[in-house]
Every structure is written in C-alpha cells, then in structure tokens.
Design a binder for this molecule. Structure first.
Ligand code: GLC
Length: 430
C-alpha cells in the first residue's frame, strides 16, 4: 500500500511539474533586442516592471548595438522557423523584407479585438513602415533622425554664439577649435561621424547628399546614385578625413554609432553626428560632457536644405511564436504612453507617439525634442525597395572605398549605380 501511495505521489508530482513547466513555456515571452549597455540595463528594468504587473515572465536576449549584426542574429532563428524570439525590435529598413518573407504575425486581429487606438502614433510612419500588403505587421517604438551634437562650452569659449548652419561653417569652427584644444588634448578632433562600412554609412551619405541637393532615388523611382550633387558630397566627406583632417582616419575603418558617441563623450571632439539616443547617455551623471552639449540640425551646403536620415526601431511578433497572446501584451506595453515616456526621459529616445510631444513631462525635461519635432517629421527615408539590403551593401562598399582614398568618388558612385541597376534588374524593377 505504501509503495502504491509512493508511486501515485511521484506520478502526480511529475504530472504537476510537467503541467506547470508547460504552462510556463506557453507563457514566457522572449524578447530580442540590442543597444548600448546602459540601454539594455534599462530594458531589463522595464521588463521586470511589465512582468510584475502582468504576471508574464520575459526573457531578454541581448544583441549588440550595430544594426547589421542585429539583423544577422535575428535571421538565423527566423529563417529556421524557431519559436524564439517571440518579440523583437526591427530597424525600419528590415520590415518590408521580413514581412515579404512571412516572418511577421499580422497584428490587426489583436488591434481590433482590444480596440487598440493607433491615433496617438505618427500615422505617416505607420503607413510608410509598419504596413505590408494592407496589414499592420509592426508598431513603432522610437523614431530616429540624424542630428548634430556640439560642445556648447567650447563654442562659447572660442567666441561662437551659435552652432554651424553650413558645412563650411562646421569646417571653419572645427579647424580653429581642434588646433586650440590639441595643445591640451592631442587626441582631440573637430567632427566625428559614422563612416565604417555598414548600414550607418548609407545614412550619413544620404544626409550629405540631400543637404547638397542630391538624392538616391528620383521622383520616377529611378536610382540616381551618381548624380553630380552626390559626387560632390562624397568628395567633401572624404576631404574631412584626408585634406582637412578634422575627422580621424579610423572614421572609415571603425566609426559606428557607439564608437562616435563614446569618443565624443570622453571629451575628445567638438562636433558629433548621431541619433537622439546619444543625448541621454551624454547627460548621464558619470558623463564627462554632461551639461556641456547642445543638439541641433545637421549643417547643409550653401543654398541647400538641412537633411536628416530617417531611422527608427519597430516591434514585431514572430509568426512562429507559440505565445502570441502574451507577446501582444508585451508589444502593447512597449508602445504604451508610460513606456515611451520612460524611454524618452531616461534614454532621450524620440517617441513614436505624437501625444507625448504635448505632455508636460517632455516640455519640462526634454524640451529639445519639441524643438526638433520638425526634423523628425521631415527626415529623408532610405529607398523603400524589396532589394534594399543588397543595394545598401553595394553602396556601403563603394562609399567606404572612396573615404579610404582607394577609389575616386566619381568612379565609386558610377560603380555603385551600375551595381545597383543590376540588382534592381534581377528583381525585375527596371
Ligand atoms: C539607427 C537607426 C537605424 C539605422 C541605423 C544605422 O539605429 O535607427 O534606422 O539603420 O542607426 O546604423
């Protein structure tokens, strides 16, 4: 009898443990995203808060900050149809391809079921980036646009009462301040920007080109990578490094967002091109440049307009997820007013919710975002074509080779144009 009771208890216990662990497996949501270390720490905090209020456990799968590396590490599980990660952040430029590959769960049924209101979000961004074949496949978490950061203390010290409006002014200020500062800091540079061979280089090239009246795709949808304005802009980028030497030689070998941010944050540069996220980190308590940084528009070439590349990160649910309901709860939380306010106040991210720009909290604690709202609304998107990743790779290689001085800018863009046309042709677009 004792033996029987023993056996029964073991069976019951095992069944209980199995049921519990299955329920847990069903419930636990895995979230994959990357960023600067301080940003990932903040994600841990907000996930803990989400789990405490909903009872849904979340596991964070950490990725690096570089967008190309993030894409690679996501492609592996998505292609294999693995159930994890359930939820992930996507760069605005990946969404079309992910949706076309049928990796994204459409969100419309959840949106309708919960009467979830899309009105507070930037509708144009949702239409541009989050819809595919008439379905909503993602939601915006934050919007990026390229900005100029400057050391306001140094500009004042050297007698400048405003940041540069044109590239020529940026060059002039950089040359003077760099020469002066090098007496105390030999590693000081005028201007840091992203020039390594990766996606960020397409963004910076686009900004120089558009601020010179150039463009990548014309009004008819034709690729025009080698326009004269673009060639001139690329020559200027190269000269910042080689002729004027206000940007370091490792611009084209190493400089991505985090390299640029940390060098500037260490007090080693006058100007920096970066996305809004750098603001929160520059103002952190342990930052050497805290309280000495201003933020504004990227300069333009004389007679042309200011330009900023449109970037940003969006959240989606994997079609292979086996916890879609819980995943949707997490998505709703990530785009909620409360979470987005936290991202903005703690990390300086630019919210994807329009309603936050009218909030008292942002007016008091992040007024610069309100001043920059027009920059986000007028930012220039990268070409929205299904073969974007191939086009980007071709352009990155050629532009980077021109920065390194191994090919002339004119030839670099002629070759990029040729390659891009071949890629487009393979996709039956031209
Ligand atoms: C930022 C932008 C993203 C862009 C990337 C390039 O993360 O949000 O859109 O592709 O930088 O490095």
């Amino acid at each position: 009898m004792r033996l029987l009771i023993g056996v029964v208890s073991v069976v019951v216990l095992t069944a209980l443990v199995l049921t519990l662990s299955c329920a847990r497996q069903e419930e636990e949501v895995t979230l994959m995203l990357g960023g600067a270390p301080a940003e990932l720490d903040y994600w841990e905090e907000i996930i803990t808060e989400f789990s405490a209020t909903t009872g849904i456990p979340v596991e964070l799968m950490r990725q690096p900050a570089d967008t190309d590396q993030r894409r690679q590490s996501l492609l592996i599980p998505l292609k294999a149809g693995e159930s994890d990660p359930d939820v992930f952040l996507m760069d605005i430029i990946w969404i079309g391809q992910f949706a076309a590959s049928d990796w994204l769960e459409p969100l419309d049924a959840f949106i309708e079921r919960d009467g979830f209101d899309l009105a507070p979000f930037f509708g144009d961004i949702i239409d541009l980036a989050d819809k595919y074949a008439g379905r909503t496949v993602a939601m915006p978490v934050y919007i990026d646009a390229g900005l100029l950061y400057f050391r306001s203390d140094l500009l004042t010290e050297y007698g400048y009462d405003r940041p540069p409006d044109t590239w020529a002014e940026l060059l002039e200020m950089s040359l003077e301040v760099q020469a002066g500062e090098r007496k105390r800091n030999p590693g000081f540079w005028g201007f840091l920007w992203q020039g390594a061979q990766y996606e960020g280089l397409v963004c910076t090239f686009l900004e120089y080109a558009v601020s010179n009246g150039g463009l990548l795709v014309d009004a008819n949808g034709d690729l025009v990578l080698n326009r004269d304005e673009n060639v001139h802009a690329l020559r200027f980028m190269r000269d910042l490094i080689s002729d004027h030497a206000i940007s370091p030689p490792n611009t084209y070998t190493e400089m991505k967002e985090e390299e640029v941010r940390s060098t500037f944050q260490g007090g080693n540069a006058l100007f920096e091109r970066n996305w809004p996220y750098a603001w929160g980190l520059h103002q952190a308590e342990d930052s050497p440049v805290r309280g000495k940084v201003g933020i504004g528009l990227l300069p333009r070439f004389e007679g042309n307009r200011h330009a900023a590349a449109l970037g940003g990160w969006h959240v989606g649910i994997s079609k292979s997820s086996n916890t879609k309901n819980a995943a949707w709860e997490l998505v709703k939380f990530m785009v909620s007013r409360e979470a987005q306010l936290g991202f903005t106040l703690r990390l300086g991210w630019n919210p994807a919710r329009r309603d936050l720009y009218d909030s008292e909290e942002i007016a008091e604690q992040a007024p610069h975002l309100i001043d920059l709202k027009a920059v986000f609304e007028n930012a220039t998107a990268r070409p929205n074509v299904p073969y974007y990743s191939l086009l980007s790779r071709a352009l990155q290689q050629k532009v980077n080779a021109a920065l390194a001085g191994s090919i002339e800018p004119r030839q670099a863009l002629d070759e990029a144009q040729q390659e891009a046309l071949e890629i487009a042709e393979r996709y039956g677009r031209h």
